[in-house]
Structures are given as C-alpha cells and as structure tokens.
Design a binder for this molecule. Sequence first.
Ligand code: H53
Length: 857
Amino acid sequence: IDTMIPLQSREIWKKHGVKKFEDADEFQSKFIQHVETTLARSLYNCDDLAAYQATSQSVRDNLVIDWNKSQQRQTARDSKRVYYLSLEFLMGRALDNALINSQDGTEEPGVQKRERIKGAIDQLGFKLEDVLEQEPDAALGNGGLGRLAACFIDSMATGDYPAWGYGLRYQYGIFAQKIIEGYQVETPDYWLNFTNPWEIERSEIQVPINFYGYVDRSGSESGDSTLSASKWIGGERVIAVPYDMPIPGFKTENVNNLRMWSARPTTEFDFAKFNSGDYKNSVEQQQRAESITAVLYPNDNFQEGKELRLKQQYFWCAASLHDIVRRFKKSKHSWEEFPNQVAIQLNDTHPTLAIVELQRILVDLEHLDWHKAWDIVTKTFAYTNHTVMQEALEKWPVGLFGHLLPRHLEIIYDINWFFLKFVESKFPRDVDLLSKVSIIEEASQERQIRMAFLAIVGSHKVNGVAELHSELIKTTIFQDFVKIYGPSKFTNVTNGITPRRWLKQANPKLAKLIGDTINDPQDDFLLNMSKLTELAKYAEDADFQTKWNDVKQFNKLRLADLIEKLYEGEDVINRDHIRNTLFDIQVKRIHEYKRQQMNIFGCIYRYLSIKKLLSEGVPINEVEKKYPRRVSIFGGKSAPGYYMAKLIIKLINSVSDVVNHDEEINNILKVVFIPDYNVSKAETIIPASDLSEHISTAGTEASGTSNMKFVMNGGLIIGTVDGANVEITREVGEDNIFLFGNLAENVDELRYQHQYHPKPLPEELEQVLQVVESGTFDGDFKPLVDSIRHHGDYYLVSDDFKSYVQTQSLVDDVYHKNKKEWLKKSILSVANVGFFSSDRCIQEYADEIWNVEPLNN
Ligand code: H53
C-alpha cells in the first residue's frame, strides 16, 4: 500500500510542519506543554521525576525531528549503510548526553545549549543536576563489550555515517548489586518502571520469527539436496517488535537509529488447544514468548550455553536481517549489489547466526544459487573478536542447536563442507588441519558448533581490539585460519571511547579548563582530539598546574560525596586531607584474570607494613612518610554464578571493614567498595582518580577501555603490559605510566613452571596469605588462597606481586614527594590521549572494513 500523502495535501503538511525549540523560552513552552498534556500534571503537581520526563520529552521532540530528516536523507542518498549488531548496548543515561550533543556551533561564544537549558530549568523551579539524577541507567550490557557498542554508535552518529545499531530491548538490564554482609546480592533491574521517553515503539512493524519444527524438502526440485531451496516449517512462532532510540551526533544534525527488538506473542489462534478446552495452557504458551527478551544474561567473558540464550540470538539476528533485507529490497538493487549497499559488523560471535540466516534467506526464500549467495554473504559480514579466553568462546551442542534451528544446522554443515573442501584443496591430505579448523568440533563428547570459526569463514575481515590482542589471535586461537586465508583477512582496530560522554559530560570542569586554555570555547577538541596536544606546552606551567589540580580536587570531593551517600552517611573519606590523599581506583567487572585479588592483597600488604612500623614504636607521622595517605577504591559486578569472583568481593569488603575501623592507623589507608558500579557512577568515579589499576595477567585483557577513560581524565595508570595499555604507553610516553609484571610471551612458560616446578611464594605474598588464612578478615577465603598455593596460580599473582608492590611504592614517591612531576605526567597524558577517541576507531572501521563514507549534509 502507498503510505505517501498525495501532492495536493502536502502544502498543508508543510504549513503545520513541526519545529524544534531553539532557545530557553521555546524550551520552557514545550516543557510545560509536556507536563500538562503528555504527563497530565500541572504546576501544582510537578516533582523532579516529572521535570525529568518533561525535559526528556521536549529534547526528544527535537531529536525526532532531526532523526526523521536524517533517515530521509540516508534513504534519498541510497548510499551504503552500516549495521552494528550487538547483543549489548550499555548506554547509561541519555538526557545529559542529548543536551551536550545538541550543541551545534551556532551558539554565541561561551553560551552552550546545555547551559541555556540549565538556566531555563532553573527558572521553572528545578535544578538540572537533580533532574538528571532521576533517569535510570539503560544498563543493557555487562561491561566493556556493551559500553564499546554504545561509544561506537555515538561516534557513528557524530561522524555522519549512515549507520544503525541493532540490539535487544531487555526488560531487565544487568542486575543491581547490593552488598549484604560483604557479599554480592543480585536484585532485578526493572528499568522500564516509568515510561522511557527515549524509545519510540514501532508496533506497526511486526516480524514473525520461527523456532523448532522441521525441514520439508518434498516440494524441492532437486530432490533431497540441502544446498537448494528448502522449506523450514517452524514449530513455534513469536513476533519481534522494534523500539527505536534516536542517537544524536555531536555538532551535527545527524541523528542515527538504535533499533531494539522486543518479543511478543502472536495473535494466531491455537485451534487444537482451544478445541480441547485448554485455554489456560494456550495463554501460558503465549506468555512464554515474552521471556525471550526478558533478561540480559549477566556474564561477561563467559559462555553459559543455555537454550534461551540461543533463542535470543536467533530472534535478534532474524528480526534484524529481515529488516535489513526489506530496506534493501525497497531500493530496487539487484542482489549482487547487496554488499555494496550493506555492511554488517558482528560485535563478537553473539550475532554469528546472522551469517547463516542471510544465507538461508538468499537460498531458500530468494532462490539464489548457493555459491552466489555465499559470495554475497561473505562480502557483507565482518567480525570483531574481543577475547582469547577459552571459557568465553561460544560453542553450541549440535543437538540443542538442531532442535531449535533445524534448517540452520543443515546450512552450517554445508558451509563447513565447502570450507573444508577448500582447505583440502590448499593443503591436501592434512587431516589434522581439517579437524583443527572444522566448524564442527568432533573431539568433545558431543559435537559442538564453534561460532568463532563460523564467523571467520562467513566474514571478509576479522579484527581484534588492540594491537597486542590482534597479534595474539593470529598466533594462537586463529593461527590455522591465517595459514588458510593469509594474514590480510586479519586486522586490528584499537578500541576507543567517546570524549563527549567521558570527558565533557563526566568532567565538565576539566573540559572547560581545556577549552579555555587552548582557546577553543566551542569544544572543537571533542571532535578533533589532536588539538589536545596544545596542552603539552603548559605541562610545567605552575599556574596551569594549580588549576589542573583544583579540578582534580573538585572531582575527588564529588566522589567523596557519592561514597558518603552510598555508605549512608559514614564519613569514609576524610575531606580535610583530600589534597594529599591518593585516590587509587579499580572499577571493572570482577574476574580472576583482571586480578582484583592482587590489588586487595596489595592493600593488605600495605596495611600490615603500616601496622608493623607502629608496633615497632615508629610514630604515625613518620609512618605516613613511608606510606602516605591513600584510598583504594574498588567497584564492579561479578557474574551471579562465579564463585571465585564473589569471594574476591567479600574479601575486599572484609578488608575494608578491618582497615577503615582501625583507629591506630589514623586514616592513612582506606579501602572502599562502591556497590552497583554502572555507567552513571563511572561518570563520577573516573574523573576523581589519581591512579587507576589495569593489572590483568598479560595476554588476557583484549583491550580494556576504562584505561582510556581514566587517562582522558588526567589519571595515571598502574598496569601490566596488556591490551591497550601497550598503545597507551606508546601515546603518552613510558615516563607517564607505571608498568610492571611479566610479559604475555612468558605466560605459558610460567604456568608450566607452576605445574611442574613449583617454587616458594615471594615473602610479601606469603605474609599476606598467612594473615588471610589466620581469619583476620571475616569469611572463608581458602579457595582464593588455594588457587595460588595449590592449583597452579593460573593468573600468575605470585609471579607479579613483588613488582606490583614495588611499583606502588614508586607511585607513592612521585605523588607525594614530587607533585609537580605528577601533575606534569597527568597533563602530558591528556595531551596525548587523542588516539583513543572512538571517532578514530569508527573512521578506521569505515575505511578498512566497511567501505562507507560519511553522508555530508
Ligand atoms: O570487550 C572489551 C575489551 C575487553 C574485553 C571485553 C569483552 C566483554 O566485555 C565481553 C565478552 C568478551 O569476549 C570481551 O574483555 O578487554 O576492552 C571491548 O572490546
């Protein structure tokens, strides 16, 4: 059906065309209109929550107007589009970001749009800060991978790329973390409690998705070949409905789309059930549909292999591909043109089924020849790998998979057959190689589908997320594929972060100081981060150092306020000494490979050393010279089923309990665990760091992205030679980062030594473990200690502990004895952090992988 308005009516449409609010006055008018109509409230009944909703609705109106224009422009230009498929988008809050991104460069100097809205809200009787606090985080992700996707769509919108994100609209995001008696307790994150002003429900679009059933080849022309068009008769059907989130770019009118699918029951009528009078059962079956998008799986870097998770993956891939193909077909290109019109990026292996689904659409529904279809598929997809850790690499048992997706299993077998034939032709009679690279793993008890291998075979490019990681995948988990395809299929795109959220929004004071200093009142540096290098010339300027330090102190006070609030009034951080207290922060998912256990052992070691001096009669002010004031701050969630990670959280809290209440040490050491670490808390925590910890066992952290956020906010890093730490060192200079520990190349040998030639532990660690074993800290930490003492110390804590402790005392020396030097390092780091803008990543993806151009207005 034609949904276009006839020509003669269009004048009327144009006459009434909606307009964006441009100034404070127009904003206030919109705001009040939304309070009175959208919310059906009034000036007698308007609290902060209502103010948040009315503000958001007003800002959203503006976004939607630009969003419509952007989408029309993208369609009219008919240029190649990018689709970023990610099971996680860890967006955080939207309002402040939308206000910042509405800055368009037309403002009078010094008065940014956000500031005008702030003033307007003030006049209406509210405080912008309080209004912003009303918004729940959109926490539809676990950690680094999900937050990366969020930074990427910000950069794609900012760079004017015609790009869409596709994800799932979980009703429950990552659980909220409570700490009860030191232990993590998970509570549901029902984030859609109040209407979400940032989403647009599109219930007019309904995509049917099938599961189970069987393959019917009775009508097929070529008999029983699985290679030609086959008919899959699904056994269960649900409906996918999209919710769209407008994604505004910074200093551009371009607004992109993040499309999130939600599962609904079909309205189809089950006659069999009805006739048997089983009404209640048929309703229950319907309700099951909704469970598909009910909850985000709370594992980071770990695969659980549950059927519902596979269902989520297929539901999302099938709905997204249906949408992409429908849009492509409207443009009336021939199928050969598909890869020139569409680039699909797979964020990890979670969306690998999209490869199989496209092949199925082309062969079964569009009746293309298998090889022609496969050529289109492989030119369309590219795959990003985010980990080398075995437990995170997805595999699905053939039985479970074939039951849920019988036709897709056949297609995978056929893909594998042609792939192995190709390998065989290149490396004749290398049977060993064939079994090593087969998409179907035969070795284990039950045959498994190796999703990473399928993703490689079905893509034209595979990338890692930092240089070291991209080299590692070529020499370890994917080495045989390098042999087969050659090295050019494998590339690196080092991760990045968006400076709009992680500098301007999180640290407005620093952004202002930078803008003032480099004479950039319109914040152009947020687009062109190489401008930051101009800061270098002020690195030793005493005046500038003072201002720089003042910003840091302000941010530390802001964090102290947050901590006080979370500790329900307990004054954990002594504000009188905040200027000479080093804030040492490690916030990220809790995982043995990230080694929070090493950090807390380090805290214990420091505590014991202080106590020892005191017991020898050294006065506290002398002790303080050796162990200057420090607050060790931790934060992060553990997967609910990850026993060791949960035990690490308990240990941190138990140590905190002892240390913080030991009056003898006079507050020179504090240990703090911040509960429920999330994006909005990160925005307060990160700008307050003097030092942050990125101390994974070398070779295990693919990139890390919080390391970049801390550096962008003037914090220094203590870290191992791992992930993006390597490139951070290259950019900011070796003098401005505290590196320690063993290198990735030595890890295998060290592990071997632990297995076969165990040595006594270094004395520093031995001391710590003995105290932990003695019961000084509440809880049973035997498993943690045993993993080091008796189970091979897989994460090499004992190998790195000594150099960790030594490096920490180097940190103390610089921070406390040479503050000028410290500030210089901090300024130089920010001056050279530009490389880690996600704008740079997106440009690399666009040029090297997607072959797409920005759409200029
Ligand atoms: O992805 C980040 C990396 C980080 C890596 C993380 C990640 C997940 O968050 C989840 C699964 C996975 O395989 C990897 O651990 O090193 O910075 C973004 O690339």
